[in-house]
Structures are given as structure tokens and as C-alpha cells.
Ligand binder design. Sequence first.
Ligand SMILES: *Cc1c(COP(=O)(O)O)cnc(C)c1O
Length: 399
Amino acid sequence: MSLGHGRPYLAIPGPSVMPDRVLAAMHRAAPNIYAGPLHETTARIVADLRRVARTTAHVAIYIANGHGAWEAANANLFSRGDRALCAITGRFGEGWAASVARMGVRVDRIDFGRVAPADPGRIAEALEADRGHEIGCVLVTHVDTATSVRNDIAAIRAAMDATGHPALLAVDAIASLGCDPLHMDEWGVDVLVSASQKGLMTPPGLGFVWFSDKALRACGGSDLRTPYWDWTPRANPVEYWQHFCGTAPTHHLFGLAEALTMLLDEDGLEAAWARHERLAGAVWAAFDAWGRAGDIALNVPDPGHRGRSVTAARIGGGGAGRLRAWCEEEAGVTLGIGLGMADPGSPAYEDFLRVAHMGHVNAHMTLGVLSVMEAGMRALGIAHGHGALEAAAAALTPG
Ligand SMILES: *Cc1c(COP(=O)(O)O)cnc(C)c1O
């Protein structure tokens, strides 16, 4: 007998839960791509993508996942032999740095570990040491999905500005857009990268790059640019096909348009941020309670350093791996694997897991996951402190 029959719940940090309305919006015949409603839908999406990133910057849409969006940004930002400074706080920061390096850019890595954000002072020191202004861009992950560390983008920008170094600032917001407060223009971000399948509640397959006029000017001569990735025609298309350098991703666009309407016009972006903060608080409260009597701990000790869309945690003695398996097989909930915290296949690898609370997630879903985890800990004999569910309920209803 399994308790897993019923609607399954995928609580991994992407792809995230898709609203039925998004799925329904995609369920239609192929539209004309040369004229008609698709063109208006695209115009609305471009406007909404600016709203969701709080920017007036240009936006290019690629048929790609997050790795493709990284590569799009890289191709436009750099020429072969240029220098980049990568601030790393987890597997995704490492991944972006590796992608830039593979393209022939010289990469200076500053690794800030796995449990705390990048120190803006060390980024400033690295820029100050670059007397010849060779570093063209600083690359930072807003929320690293592997560790759940959230970097302070505004503080990094302020530290960069204080040095007088002209480097651009590029930010990976794949895990944070629509979940954590993000203000591209106010924070002085030059290039922002995201994708459709996390906070934007749409199937994987669309990558986005926002870029300022300053970035457009500074990168005019980048020689890593190839026809598909070049952001210039996508941002200023003379003809509709130039938006996508070919056939439009028609059904993804219908889904995304619906998702952006739900996020921006119905829920409201600030309400969505507040909801993510509240749900994250419930998850953190549960782990704090469990950890009082077990070998259980949140990955990021300081709540002010945590992203609100995903929570990485440790359950020692292989407990995380056993709990993930129990939740999936016995209760219909799939939790995220630990990424980049230990080598795959090693015993320590089974000590880490992640709980996603990104996008189309509400209180009953998050409380459901936590309750199932508690049941799994009981079933598996994983030692844990008591009162986690009460603590989670209290965190959802403060005051
Ligand atoms: C998911 C994610 C990526 C990678 O996206 P893919 O679509 O899997 O290529 C990159 N960066 C961050 C922060 C992510 O959360």
C-alpha cells in the first residue's frame, strides 16, 4: 500500500509547478506566426518581462533553458580573450563561470563557499587590483539554487561603483525572478539572465536576457556573438521573426503570457514576493525545530542570506536520501536532490536535499510537504526535534 496515489507534487527547484491555466493556455492549434494575435501576445510579454524585472532595459527571448541563457549573455558580453570576474556561492555560480571559460574568456573566480553570500568588499578588491581595467564584467548568481544562498546585488554594485572600475554587472536571476525582490534598474544591474521554468511557472524552454543601453554600447564589438545569440536584432526587431531568429516558440509564449498575467496583474509582484517570504519562513521554522534534536540543519545559517524560492538542507547519516525516496514512493512528493554539496555517489551525497517553494505554490502545498517530511522521518526512524509543524503554521500566521 502506498499513500502516493493522488495528484503528485514536484517540489524540486525547477521545473516548478505549472498552473492549470498556463497548461490550458498552451492547449490550442498552431497559430499563424506571420500576423495576428501572436504578435500582440509577444509585445505584451516583452512589456511584462520588463515589469517583472523592474526595468526599462531591452529584453531578448531565446528558445533555450538557463544554460542557453547564460551562453546568450556570454556571447554578447565578451570577446575571446576578455576577462570576467565570477563570484561563486554554489554550483550554479560555478556553472556560469565554466560556461564563460569554455567560450575562451579568461575567468577570475572568487569562491565564497557554500553557506554565505559573496562579500562585496572582496569583489571590490579584485577590481582595484585590476589597474588596467581588463575585467569587462562581474558575474553573480542572485540566488544559487544549489545552496539557497542569496547574494546582495545592490551591495555588490555599490562596492563596484566605489572602486571607479567600469566593469559591467551581470546577474543570474533564474531561481529568484518572481520569487525574491529584484530591481534590475534600481540595483544598477547591466545584464540580467533568467528562464521560464522556475518563478515564471512556464515549461522549460525559454531563456531571457535583459540588457541596458550601457551594456549594449559597451559590448558592441563582442566577437563571441553568433547569429542566433546576438541580442541586437532580438531587442529591436524590424520584422517579427527577428524576435526569435526564426520560428516563434508559439505555445511557450501563450503559456508565458498567462503566467505573467497571473503573476503581475492578479497576484501582483509584491504580493508574490511576500507569499514566497512567508512560505520560506514556514520551511525554515520547520527545519529549525527538527534540528533541535536531530542531525538536521539548514544550509545557510543566517536567514538574511537565504533565497525565498528554495531551501537547501542537511539531514545527516544519509537521512536526506532516504527521506527523499520515502516522500516520493510513499507520499507522492518529490523533493530536490542536493547539488554541489558532496560528490554524487559518495555517502555524503545522501545527506543533502532541497525543498522548492517557487512559483505556483501556496500554503497548503508547503505545509503538505513539511507534514509529509515529518511523517517520513517517523517512518524511517530519523531522529528529529518536535514541534516542526506547529512552528511552520505559526510562521505562516505571524502576529
Ligand atoms: C536552474 C538554474 C540554472 C540552470 O537552468 P537550466 O534551465 O537547468 O539550464 C542556472 N542558474 C540558476 C540560478 C538556476 O536556478
